[in-house]
Design a protein around this ligand. Structure first.
Ligand SMILES: NC(=O)c1ccc[n+]([C@@H]2O[C@H](COP(=O)([O-])OP(=O)(O)OC[C@H]3O[C@@H](n4cnc5c(N)ncnc54)[C@H](OP(=O)(O)O)[C@@H]3O)[C@@H](O)[C@H]2O)c1
Length: 285
């Protein structure tokens, strides 16, 4: 159900070019059956980094209609022009933005088959130094806006008996990271949200997947003003994460995808024996 009370005028909508369908190995989501019926994907945070790479990935390989959310008009328009997507601009710190994005997406394409929630913001430093405004920003963009957007889009997916939700979590949310307490907490909550919602989605035809990357080479760290802390990790490219999102959408449903895959191990150790994990983390960083 599109949110009836949601004004769309705060959203700028631009390019509206669609793509021909393409084939994929073992696709689970149906391929586009022509321009009007092609599956619709809404990507938040499509103006940069991982979200932009996801847009490029789906524009290049499948017959998707892309609805691209971002905040920076110039960069968002560039991605929209490059991928043939429709730009939907909104600031996710605005509590009304999720309903506006959902209304604009459904108004533009009639429905959303897949949501890729990639918008996110970081903050790093001692917890006692974080300004109240940064706490609010991280919790709003990384958690609250995602939950609200899913709330707005899910009823229609369930009604149609089909849909995929892919959330960008982080390894920080799986194990906790010093100097990133609020960001880690927001990403951990996203993981628990996905886990809990998965129970309700059983048998509905809608699935939810959490993608948990380590370090990805995007403007994320420059924007937050501090480099990544876990220097032992080799940075992934945003294209590698986009490939994982592609698999999450096109292949058999999976509850979570760690990137790189071996990061599943520290996450499991943290879950099973947190004290041992903490000692190892204190010793090896
Ligand atoms: N980079 C990493 O190492 C890493 C690791 C693990 C998880 N992640 C997660 O992956 C996701 C994508 O991050 P990224 O690396 O691609 O970062 P990025 O390049 O900085 O992109 C972040 C995106 O989020 C959007 N965004 C941020 N604040 C917003 C706001 N208030 N309103 C609307 N949009 C907002 C940005 O929009 P504008 O550019 O238009 O402002 C941009 O499109 C995030 O959820 C992040 O937490 C990243």
């Amino acid at each position: 159900m599109p949110p009836a009370d949601a004004p769309t005028d705060a959203l700028d909508q631009h390019h509206d070019q669609e793509h021909l369908s393409a084939t994929a190995d073992e696709p689970v989501m149906p391929e586009g059956q022509g321009r009007a019926q092609g599956p619709v994907m809404l990507i938040t945070g499509a103006s940069s980094g991982i979200g932009a790479a996801v847009a490029t990935r789906f524009a290049a390989t499948a017959g998707w209609r892309l609805l691209l959310h971002g905040r920076d008009a110039e960069r968002l328009d560039q991605v929209a022009a490059r991928t043939g997507g429709t730009a939907l601009r909104a600031d996710l710190t605005d509590p009304a933005s999720a309903s506006r994005i959902a209304a604009a997406a459904i108004g533009s394409a009639g429905r959303v088959d897949v949501l890729v929630a990639a918008a996110g913001v970081g903050w790093a430093g001692p917890f006692t130094d974080i300004p109240a405004s940064a706490i609010d920003e991280v919790l709003a963009v990384d958690l609250a806006s995602v939950v609200h957007l899913v709330r707005h889009l899910l009823p229609q997916m369930i009604e149609r008996g089909r849909g995929r939700i892919v959330l960008l979590g982080s390894i920080a949310g799986a194990v906790g990271v010093g100097d990133e307490a609020v960001y880690s907490a927001a990403k951990a909550a996203l993981g628990t949200f996905a886990d809990s919602l998965a129970y309700e989605l059983r048998g509905t035809g809608v699935t939810i997947c959490l993608v948990l990357p380590g370090i990805v080479d995007t403007p994320f760290f420059e924007r937050r003003g501090t480099p990544p802390r876990r220097s032992g990790l080799k940075a992934l490219t945003p294209e590698e994460v986009a490939d994982a999102v592609w698999r999450a959408v096109m292949m058999r449903p999976r509850a979570e995808i760690f990137l790189p895959r071996w990061l599943r191990l520290p996450a499991r150790i943290h879950g099973a024996v947190p004290l041992v994990f903490r000692r190892l983390a204190e010793r090896f960083g």
